[in-house]
Every structure is written in structure tokens, then in C-alpha cells.
Design a protein around this ligand. Structure first.
Ligand code: LAN
Length: 721
């Protein structure tokens, strides 16, 4: 029986699950891949760890602990559970799901590159996608979002490519929902792109992605090197494939999809006239008039006057940039969108047997993650360095670093960060427009190699704090710390704030060229209160230990950061958070920035307003709960399912940082957090915590440990237990 066919005689029923007790996560110095053990011998030789069980939703068997009576008890109980999830390399792992548009890109790529998909993976991806369908049968942009044409068309296609029958009830329902939205022709640009690669759409439906843009001189205000790195690294392979208009040779499944994905007869569709037909719920960021005019010219005039030599030169240059990206990341690539696309380009350009294709085939597995619902694709190749840095800080904040019980865990975590510091810049840094990175940390691991301002900062803080604690080894010498700071000091924007991967390189007006419809704020880097705060606090800590290193520059850098933090506050006291939901996440950071220079509730208008804003949104049960819709609408919206542990921790941390004079609201928040702690010390997963590009949510499963532990720990240290 083929792996994904319905069980005999039970049409409509899902194929079986794999045996979850056979899945193992392999962690090779922060490179995470999942493996399915085939034989009993293998199972015996490689036992499932507690972390594996926790990821898979299998009971961990960890013991019940003495009920916590005080905040510090709760911290210790939390740590007793959390330390069992630490991996042997010293880091923590977790799923990093949320976006529902990642797996389909990979599955289209696997299909068109004739990549064999092992049965265990095929079954579990199918299970995950089906488990994540909304009640109407469709899928959203992310796991909590309402169904969109993007989510529905792409996940439907993915399921069909994985062998799902079109007439099982889930597929019939999904198709009906897709048709109500106008069918796949109403999907956004990225859906139209992937479906054209597959041959389910015709290329005329795709808005132009001319690779010639890469030939613009660097001084041109719209040159791609100025765009936000994720956009330009996706545009890069996309423009190459678009220029070739490459399509997968027609197969039976594609012929069937042509019938299923559209409301009208496939042959009757005037593809060129639907480039801008978008289902309303997908059109989060409608295209500007300027962009529509540019697209019209590129679609209707440019093909007739496009000189062949220019096309060739552009494609050659784009290919070189793709090769640099592949080499610099050992084919891991920046993220889960450009990785399958680069894979596809290598396949088209170098043929099925090339080393590049083989390596891409192996490395896309770094993005896959197995959980109770099935197999999903992470938003990055993990968040190893990020979670590990926060974990160390949480224990430090609670004052428990010298407790022998946690020492082994912390030394391992420090060793991990030591191992993961990026020691060199990429060789072709200037040619491929990369940011300096020597001494930096990334969000995930060293292989990916992309420095981020706050990832450097959080890891640097963790290392500095721990190395200076009596009884801990000094693993990073002064020069390595200076390298990190030198790189960090390259991150300030002209406005004073700090961005993510690079300081802002282009005007915010470039947002007028945002063609992706489903996301906001994607074209350039922005100032972020979160990133700025991380940098400020890291520099302050550094100067405490190294008061003579680049003293003046650091002083000026920090004061410009703080000017930005003050300016970024809205009149009602809120700050917009771009990477966590939303005002609660940002408040915690901004209040910490202010406190780092002695501005607290008692003496600062900004701090006061920030606290008052938080207090105004505390719920009757003592907790806080913001909906992801706050990020979309830039106004506070309560989460319908009530107080959330992680948000409550953020709010309490903000108030504690600001030295909010009344302890009562903080205590009520902490009580809620303590009340939600399980008998074995863990906290259960609640609503999604993170966000990017205003509209897409992303999970941070370890936040439910590190932030409650931090908040309770800070309180216990401040006010006694
Ligand atoms: C991330 C995850 C981490 C995040 C923080 C470090 C938390 C933040 O403070 C800075 C920005 C950063 C590094 C970030 C940027 C955008 C990412 C990489 C993501 C949200 C994870 C997934 C997302 C990426 C863009 C997803 C792919 C989608 C595209 C639109 C290309």
C-alpha cells in the first residue's frame, strides 16, 4: 500500500501515523535534524531523550515536585524541568512553527527536482498540514490566522503532491473554501510563483521579478542590496527562475491540480489579467500605484525591448550571488524561503547530479521539525543561540548561577555559545553585500552565519555575566569579546535605533515597492525597540567590565539609542513590538532601556506612561493577554482566550524594570504565572508568542520557561522571596 493512500476500504481516512517512539532529534553542534529509526537494534542503540519526548508530546515522565509556595520555589521547579530539556551540545531546541507557507514551497521544490520523499516524512508532513486546517477546511498565513487563498491553495497543493486523494472529506472541504475565495488565481505573488514553477498556473500570472534590478549601480536608491536581507535573498533566486520562466514538465498530478485549484476552466483563464487579482484577506499590504505602473511596464513593454545580453548578464550575476550565499552558509541559506528556491536554481542550472543539488537536498532537513501533530518546517534552521542566551540570563536573573544544582547546565550552555561565536567575516563580504560578522552570534547556529544585532547582544550578555561569576571558566578571551563589540557597534541606524541584520541601507519609501501583498514592513530594515534595547544593555554590561574600550563611542551610541527609544513611544505610552506580540513585548524592552540609564517610574515621564499603559491592560485575573491582531492593527486587542503566561511575564518584567512603585499588580501577575505551573515544574503551551512583518505569527515554545523564570527571579531578588 503506498504510504499516503487511504487505508484499504476506508476511503477518506488518513494514512497511519508513524511510530512516534522511533523519532530522534540529532544535534550536531547546533545543527538539528530528525531521524526515524527503522529497526529494534537502532532503537536500543539510540534511546529517545526527554527532550525528544517533550518535542513529540510524549509524556516525559519527569517527577512531580514539591508545590511552589514562593516565587523562587517556582523558579527552581521550572528550572528542574527545563534543565532536563537541555541537549548534550549545551543548547535548547524546540519547534519554530507558525507560518503556513513554508512547507508548500519545499514540497513543490522536492516535486519538481524529482527528490524522493521517504514515507515517514511524507506521512508526517501530511498529518501536520491536515492537523492545522481551520474549521472551514482552509489554511491561513499562520497557524492562528483565518483562511487565505495563499494558505489554502498552497497547502492543498502540497497535500496533493504528497499523495492525498482529492476526494477525501478534508480535501473536498478545502477545495470548496478555496473556490469561495476565487480559486488559486486569487493567491498572492508567492503563490502564483510556486504554482507557475509547478505548471499549475502560467507564468503570465506572476508579477515581474526582473533580475536586471541586480545590475543597478550601488548608488541607485532602489538597488536590491539596500533591501531587507530576507526580501533580497528571496528575490534573488525568484528573479532567476522568473527570468527563465522555468516550468516542471507536465505530469498527471499537475493536470489534476489544474482542474482542482481553479473555479473556471483552466484553459479559459486569461492569466495576464489576474496578476493583481488577490483575495481580500490575502491583501494585507495592497500594492502602491507606482508599483502597479512599474509592473505594467515590465509585463507589457519590457519583454519586447529586453536586450538578450542584458538578460544574460543579469542571470549570470544573480547566479554568482546565489553561489556565494550557498557557499557562505554551506547550503543552509538564510531562511526557509530562499533555501528551497536556491535548491531549485541549482537543479535547473547545474542538473540533477550536481554537488550543489545533493547538498541542498541534505540541508533542507535542517528546517524540518517533528512534533505530536506531524512534521513541519521551522521559520529558521532553529533558535539555538537565542534560546540558550536567554536561558543563561534567566538563571542569572534569579541569582541561582552559583547554586551547584544548575552549574553543569550553565557550563554546558556557555560552552555552546563559545562554540557558536562566528569567528570570521565571509570572504566575499563586500561583493555579496554582507554585514560584518566577526565575533557575532546568529539566531540559530554558526552554519547559517547571519549576525543579528540582538542575537549578538543577548549572547554577549549571557557570556559576560556567566564568565564573571565565581567558579565559571573564562572561555572567551578579551579579544573575542572586543570582536563582538566591534561588530555590534556597526549596527546603529542614522535615527539612533538599531535594526536586525544590518543597519538600514535604503529609504523607508522603498515600501512602495513591496510586492508581496501578505506582509508589511519588508522592504528595508527599521528601528526596533527590542533590538535597540538588547544592544544598549549589552554595551552597558560590557563597559562595566571593560570601561576603557571605545568608551566615547559607546557612550554616544547608547545615548542616541535612548533618544530613539523615547521618540518611538506613542502618546498613550505604548511601543510597537515587531518580533513578539506586541505592545507587551516591546514595553518590556523599552522600559529596560530607560532603566539602564536610571530612568524609572519615579523620575521619567516615558517610563511612567509605559507602565500606566501596561497597568491599564491588566486583566481582572492579574494577567495580560494580547491578541496577534495588535500587530496587524497597531492598537491593543485582547486575546480571546484570556491571560497568557508569557505575556504576563513580559508585563511584570517591564514593571519591575521600571521600578513601578505599587507591588500589588506585579504580584497578581506573578501569582497567575505560578498558578499555571504544572506539578512537574513545566508550563503548558498557550497562544502563539512571536511575529514578523506585522502579519505572520511564529512560535517561541521556550519562552514559556525563560520569561516566567526571569520575571519570578527578578521579583524574588528585588523584594525577597
Ligand atoms: C526572525 C526570528 C528572530 C528575530 C529576532 C532575533 C527575535 C528579532 O529580534 C530580529 C529579527 C529576527 C532575526 C527574525 C527576522 C525574520 C525571520 C527570520 C524571523 C521572524 C524568523 C522567520 C522570519 C523569516 C523572514 C521567515 C521567512 C519569511 C519571509 C518573509 C522571507
Amino acid at each position: 500500500m503506498p504510504a499516503c493512500a487511504p487505508k484499504t476500504g476506508q476511503k477518506g481516512q488518513l494514512s497511519a501515523k508513524t511510530d512516534h517512539s522511533r523519532w530522534r532529534m540529532l544535534n550536531e553542534r547546533g545543527v538539528h535534524t530528525w531521524h526515524y529509526l527503522k529497526s529494534e537494534e537502532e532503537v536500543k542503540a539510540w534511546p529517545q531523550t526527554t527532550a525528544d519526548k517533550w518535542y513529540l508530546g510524549i509524556p516525559t515522565g519527569l517527577p512531580e515536585l514539591k508545590p511552589a509556595k514562593t516565587p523562587l520555589d517556582a523558579v527552581k521547579n521550572g528550572l528542574d524541568f527545563y534543565k532536563e530539556l537541555q541537549l548534550t551540545a549545551g543548547n535548547w531546541g524546540c519547534e519554530y512553527g507558525g507560518p503556513m507557507f513554508l512547507l508548500p514551497g519545499l514540497i513543490v521544490t522536492w516535486t519538481v527536482t524529482n527528490t524522493a520523499i521517504p514515507d515517514n516524512i511524507r506521512i508526517e508532513i501530511r498529518n501536520y498540514i491536515l492537523a492545522r486546517a481551520n474549521d472551514d477546511g482552509g489554511w491561513g498565513l499562520h497557524i492562528e490566522g483565518e483562511s487565505t487563498a495563499f494558505g489554502t491553495a498552497m497547502n492543498y497543493t502540497a497535500l496533493r503532491l504528497l499523495g492525498c486523494d482529492a476526494d477525501i472529506p478534508q480535501m473536498t472541504k478545502a477545495r470548496a473554501t478555496l473556490h469561495k475565495m476565487g480559486g488559486a488565481k486569487c493567491g498572492p505573488h508567492w503563490a502564483k510563483f510556486w504554482l507557475s514553477v509547478l505548471g499549475a498556473c502560467e507564468w503570465d500570472i506572476v508579477n515581474p521579478c526582473p533580475p536586471e534590478l541586480w545590475l543597478l549601480p550601488d548608488w541607485a536608491p532602489i538597488s536590491p542590496w539596500r533591501w531587507w536581507i530576507h526580501m533580497r535573498q528571496v528575490f534573488l533566486p525568484m528573479s532567476w527562475v522568473y527570468s527563465q520562466r522555468w516550468t516542471y514538465p507536465e505530469t498527471q498530478i499537475v493536470r489534476e491540480l489544474r482542474k482542482e485549484l481553479f473555479v473556471e476552466d483552466h484553459a479559459s483563464i486569461n492569466w495576464g489579467s489576474h496578476r493583481n487579482t488577490i483575495y481580500e484577506k490575502d491583501d494585507f499590504n495592497p500594492k502602491s500605484c507606482i508599483l502597479l505602473v512599474i509592473f505594467w511596464i515590465f509585463a507589457n513593454v519590457w519583454p519586447y525591448i529586453r536586450p538578450n545580453f542584458l538578460k544574460q548578464r543579469a542571470e549570470d550575476w544573480v547566479w554568482k550571488l546565489i553561489q556565494m550565499e550557498d557557499k557562505n552558509t554551506d547550503f543552509t541559506n538564510l531562511g526557509p524561503v530562499n533555501s528551497p528556491m536556491n535548491f531549485l536554481v541549482c537543479y535547473i542550472k547545474e542538473g540533477p547530479d550536481a554537488y550543489s543539488v545533493k547538498r541542498h537536498r541534505e540541508r533542507v532537513h535542517d528546517f524540518l521539525w517533528m512534533k505530536d501533530e506531524g512534521m513541519m518546517m521551522n521559520g529558521t534552521n532553529g533558535l539555538q543561540a537565542w534560546d540558550t542566551a536567554f536561558s543563561i540570563q534567566a538563571v542569572m536573573d534569579a541569582g541561582l548561577a552559583e547554586d551547584p544544582k544548575y552549574k553543569k547546565m550553565l557550563v554546558k550552555a556557555l560552552e555552546f555559545l563559545e562554540d557558536q561565536q562566528v569567528r570570521e567575516n565571509v570572504d566575499d563580504q563586500a561583493i555579496c553585500y554582507r554585514q560584518q560578522r566577526k565575533g557575532a552570534w546568529t539566531f540559530s547556529n554558526k552554519d547559517q552565519g547571519y549576525a543579528v544585532s540582538d542575537c549578538i547582544s543577548e549572547a554577549l550578555k549571557a557570556v559576560l555575566l556567566l564568565q564573571r561569576t565565581p567558579g565559571y571558566p573564562i572561555l572567551l578571551d578579551d579579544q573575542r569579546i572586543f570582536d563582538a563589540v566591534d561588530t555590534l557597534l556597526t549596527y546603529q541606524n542614522a535615527s539612533g535605533g538599531c535594526a536586525s541584520y544590518e543597519p538600514q541601507r535604503g529609504s523607508e519609501k522603498l515600501e512602495l515597492l513591496n510586492a508581496a501583498e501578505v506582509f508589511g514592513h519588508i522592504m528595508v530594515e527599521y528601528d526596533y525597540p527590542e533590538c535597540t534595547t538588547a544592544v544598549v544593555t549589552a554595551l552597558s554590561l560590557f563597559s562595566k567590565y571593560y570601561p576603557d574600550y571605545r568608551t566615547q563611542e559607546i557612550h554616544l551610541f547608547k545615548s542616541r539609542c535612548l533618544d530613539y527609544i523615547r521618540r518611538a513611544q506613542y502618546p498613550d505610552g505604548r511601543w510597537y513590538g515587531s518580533w513578539g506580540i506586541c505592545f507587551t513585548y516591546a514595553a518590556q524592552f523599552a522600559l529596560e532601556s530607560l532603566a539602564s540609564i536610571g530612568e524609572t517610574y519615579a523620575n521619567s515621564e516615558h517610563s511612567r506612561k509605559g507602565c500606566d499603559y501596561l497597568i491599564a491592560h491588566q486583566r481582572a485575573d492579574g494577567g495580560w493577554s494580547e491578541s496577534y491582531k495588535s500587530c496587524e492593527q497597531n492598537t491593543w486587542i485582547d486575546h480571546p482566550s484570556g491571560s497568557q503566561v508569557v505575556m504576563t511575564a513580559w508585563a511584570c518584567m517591564g514593571l519591575l524594570e521600571a521600578h513601578y512603585p505599587d507591588r500589588e499588580p506585579i504580584e497578581r501577575g506573578l501569582k497567575l504565572i505560578m498558578g499555571r505551573q504544572q506539578k512537574n515544574g513545566e508550563w503548558k503551551q498557550e497562544a502563539i508568542e512571536g511575529v514578523f512583518n506585522k502579519s505572520c505569527m511564529i512560535s517561541y515554545p521556550n519562552y514559556k520557561f525563560v520569561f516566567p523564570i526571569k520575571a519570578l527571579g527578578i521579583y524574588a531578588r528585588r523584594y525577597g522571596d
